[in-house]
Write a protein that binds this ligand. Structure first.
Ligand code: AHG
Ligand code: MN
Ligand code: MN
Length: 357
């Protein structure tokens, strides 16, 4: 065994990371290989998202000590879900950092029934930000990981009625997406269509510093991540998939109650996350525009895939802002396996119909 008192301290990790402190805004410009106005705008938007993340991370890190960080507000949001104080705080942080930015004309979030317009930005701000301010907010009060999810789209038209109708486009229209994971460290993962990159918040610098570039999700992993408490609420095909992983060696269950945490594990180590439709919620729980589509964009950029079970997640065109969709996402082979159970069920139902007609 190594004698820790006499062994020379290995500082190579520190040096390796300090060698080239790439900040987020610089990285975006490098990725786009441009200093043009679009690249500058996207770089500035990412910096603003990073600022929001730092403010949220700071509050979360002292949540038991400051007023108004834990517990519920007493309100119910447009999703019919009880609002946590952190949900409200984080939602307002995103609005505050973008309000006078001149970058974003419209913000749409899980916590707001209608998009938040910033008319003074619209003549110059050509972008829309969709976001889930706190994902997994049931974890806040027990000091477990939570996240924020974001998606950047080009503003389409003027939408003077402020209906959000111009947002009803497929996931392919996203310019960039990502998430922030507030865990033991705060990690920002993003893609601007050129691979998936990770930044870690160095609290002593107050900066997100590049920690991993061009992450590729393994084609297969051992993790399956699904709320098995809903087993009897799920369709037979999903139950068959769950039975399959129970009966075959090499699978293990992980489910944190915060999508961002589960997806981060799967991005790095492989596996599949499922939130299928249930009897109570036939479209599942997760919202397309600011949860599922941003994560699908990111996971596809890392070489993984995402599906509703019936079609690629990225192809779904929503009919309303807060639309939910079933989600199966992660490693290519594992998503394909889960989807094959659904497709098989569809085929059998079709055959049965043919026989009966
Ligand atoms: P949010 O806190 O933004 O409403 O999202 C919670 C989501 C997601 O993070 C998680 O995977 C899922 O809800 C957990 O739901 P169940 O408790 O129904 O499994
Ligand atoms: Mn969420
Ligand atoms: Mn949320």
């Amino acid at each position: 065994m190594q004698n820790l008192e006499t062994a020379p301290m290995d500082l190579s990790y520190d040096y390796a990371l300090d060698r080239d402190c790439t900040t987020l805004s610089r990285h975006v410009l490098q990725q786009l290989q441009s200093f043009g106005s679009e690249a500058q705008d996207l770089s500035a938007i990412m910096s603003r998202i990073a600022l929001a993340a730092k403010i949220i991370a700071r509050r979360l890190s002292r949540a038991g000590l400051v007023e108004g960080a834990l517990g519920f507000t007493g309100d119910i949001n447009v999703q019919g879900e009880a609002v946590k104080k952190m949900d409200l705080f984080a939602n307002e942080v995103f609005i505050a950092v973008f309000k006078q930015s001149g970058l974003v004309c419209q913000l749409a979030s899980e916590e707001m029934e209608k998009p938040y317009y910033i008319p003074e930005n619209c003549p110059v701000g050509r972008y829309t930000l969709l976001y889930d301010p706190i994902d997994g907010s049931s974890n806040v009060d027990i000091n477990l990981n939570v996240g924020s999810i974001f998606s950047i789209r080009q503003q389409v038209g003027n939408d003077p009625e402020q209906t959000g109708l111009d947002l009803l486009q497929s996931g392919h229209r996203q310019l960039a997406s990502g998430y922030v994971l507030y865990g033991p460290s705060t990690v920002l993962v993003y893609s601007i269509g050129t691979g998936v990159h990770t930044f870690t918040l160095d609290p002593s610098l107050g900066e997100f510093i590049l920690s991993a570039e061009n992450i590729q999700i393994p084609a297969h992993g051992s993790v399956y991540s699904v709320n098995e408490g809903n087993f009897w609420q799920c369709d037979e095909a999903i139950r068959d998939f769950i039975r399959y992983v129970h009966r075959h060696e090499g699978y293990t269950a992980r489910y944190s109650g915060a999508l961002v945490g589960d997806i981060h594990r799967i991005l790095l180590q492989g596996g599949v996350f499922l939130y299928p439709g249930t009897l109570k919620q036939p479209e599942g729980k997760l919202r397309l525009l600011y949860e599922s589509a941003p994560l699908a964009f990111l996971i596809e950029q890392a070489g993984g895939s995402a599906s509703t079970g019936l079609e690629p997640l990225m192809s779904v065109v929503p009919t309303h802002l807060h639309q939910r969709t079933p989600l199966i996402i992660g490693s290519k082979d594992d998503v394909a396996l889960a989807v094959s159970f659904i497709q098989e069920k569809v085929r059998m139902d079709e055959d049965r119909l043919m026989v009966n007609s």
